[in-house]
Design a protein around this ligand. Structure first.
Ligand code: FES
Length: 230
């Protein structure tokens, strides 16, 4: 076990047997620090935790290079959560335990970050992730109707995944194409002006894409509006 003292004002972490007289970042006195006991894992145990995540050796090596960029390892919490989600499709319990052990923080510290941000997921995602912008400009142009049309097409409620695991439908906030709403992003592929009438055709395209491993990965040709809009 390792002892940390955390500044309750700025979050600075001090390692050692006692809190510092004053916080070197925000200057508050020692009474403002809270003590935290953190489990420290040996290399063998860390290896087991890493293996349980299912992340590749390449991704694990990338995690090392991310952590090395920060003066305090715990500052890498958010980047490592992103890394896990990018590679697993969601942030699994095993990934949270591994991140916590790697950064010498408690799993609850990772869990509270994951559950704070709506873009992180605690459950596996469908093969295709349909994200419909619901911020005001898109909402005014009918994105709620677009959502209802997708729910009807795939027989699934917003925020959920179809029973066959193929499609997840979610509302998201602005994805920076506000002039051509309602905007829909499928994986990394952008579709604009997706009114409810256009949803059946797009849903069909999404169904046809299920066996295409490259769908959404190719950069669109921005000079070709038809290709850009999918
Ligand atoms: S409001 Fe929908 S993309 Fe900005």
């Amino acid at each position: 076990m390792k002892k940390n003292f955390i500044c309750s004002v700025c979050g600075y972490v001090h390692e050692g047997d006692a809190a510092p007289a004053i916080c070197p970042i925000c200057g508050v006195p020692a009474e403002k620090f809270t003590e935290q006991l953190v489990e420290v894992f040996e290399d063998g145990e860390m290896g087991k935790l890493a293996a349980a995540t299912g992340l590749s050796a390449e991704v694990l090596a990338k995690a090392d290079s991310i952590v090395a960029k920060y003066p305090q390892a715990r500052s890498a919490t958010l980047p490592l959560i992103h890394l896990a989600q990018e590679n697993l499709g969601y942030v699994s319990e095993a990934a949270m335990k591994w991140i916590a052990a790697k950064l010498e923080i408690e799993p609850i510290n990772v869990y509270e970050v994951v559950t704070f941000y709506p873009m992180f997921r605690l459950e596996p995602i469908g093969k295709r992730h349909i994200k419909i912008c619901r911020t005001l400009p898109c909402a005014l142009r009918g994105s709620y109707k677009t959502m209802e049309a997708f729910e009807k097409e795939f027989g699934v409620r917003r925020g959920h995944t179809t029973a066959d695991g193929n499609v997840t439908v979610d509302f998201v906030e602005c994805i920076a194409c506000c002039g051509t709403g309602p905007v829909v992003q499928v994986d990394n592929k952008l579709y604009e002006e997706v009114t409810e009438e256009k949803v059946p055709a797009l849903a069909q395209k999404i169904r046809e894409s299920l066996n295409d491993p490259d769908y959404g990965k190719k950069d669109p040709d921005f000079k070709n509006r038809a290709e850009w809009l999918g």
